[in-house]
Design a protein around this ligand. Structure first.
Ligand SMILES: CC(C)(COP(=O)(O)OP(=O)(O)OC[C@H]1O[C@@H](n2cnc3c(N)ncnc32)[C@H](O)[C@@H]1OP(=O)(O)O)[C@@H](O)C(=O)NCCC(=O)NCCS
Length: 170
């Protein structure tokens, strides 16, 4: 799947080393709402978990030069409620603020609503993660209040009807 400036492709074993390197950069691991050991084996276990469970769909994000710049994923796809969680990581440093995450999530939303027939996408972020909050609002997700959720996190949703009504470029 492609949308300028990115292409989504299957995640490959050869991506593990690069992703582990990103996760070890200062503050990157703290930005995520999922945690695992910051080692090659920890990243491999995460990739294996994504690949072995049909409720997950993970993609590598490549930029126009064919370089790996991030990961974007649906996880916990629920066939009954027709909902899924969504997450994205863009390589720290100069790959950010180039529209890579946004393009990846527009493709993911169209895939989720158009092909998988899902009704709602959710994202959970740390309350302190302002970049992620602005990013989600730009898609446009909106914040919802979950009374049993920890104060440390915020939950955002994108419904299929909100997606259809939004002025997205796909
Ligand atoms: C959040 C994250 C995915 C954004 O990736 P990105 O490729 O830099 O985002 P984009 O360039 O597609 O930005 C899309 C919009 O998000 C908002 N945004 C992104 N980063 C921002 C920042 N640091 N500060 C304020 N707004 C930001 C802006 O509205 C931006 O549009 P603009 O650049 O036209 O103003 C990236 O910072 C990241 O990987 N963070 C760590 C992982 C994480 O928090 N993931 C949570 C995703 S749910």
């Amino acid at each position: 799947m492609s949308l300028t400036p990115i292409t989504l492709r299957a995640i490959e074993i050869s991506d593990i080393e690069v992703v582990t390197y990103w996760l070890k950069e200062p503050r990157v691991a703290e930005e995520l709402s999922w945690h695992f050991p910051l080692t090659f084996e920890g990243t491999k276990a995460f990739f294996d978990m994504l690949a072995s469970d049909q409720r997950n769909k993970g993609f590598a994000i490549e930029n126009e030069a064919g370089g790996l710049v991030g990961l974007t994923m649906l996880y916990g796809i629920n066939d009954n409620s027709r909902e899924a969680w969504t997450g994205t990581l863009i390589a720290p440093g100069n790959s950010r603020r180039r529209g890579y995450a946004k393009a990846s999530r527009l493709l993911l939303a169209e895939h989720a609503f158009g092909e998988l027939n899902l009704k709602r996408l959710l994202s959970k972020i740390s309350r302190s993660n302002i970049a992620a909050e602005k990013f989600l609002l730009s898609l446009p997700y909106s914040e919802i209040v979950e009374t049993d959720e920890s104060y440390d996190f915020k939950i955002f949703e994108l419904t299929r009807s909100a997606w259809r009504q939004s002025n997205h470029p796909i």
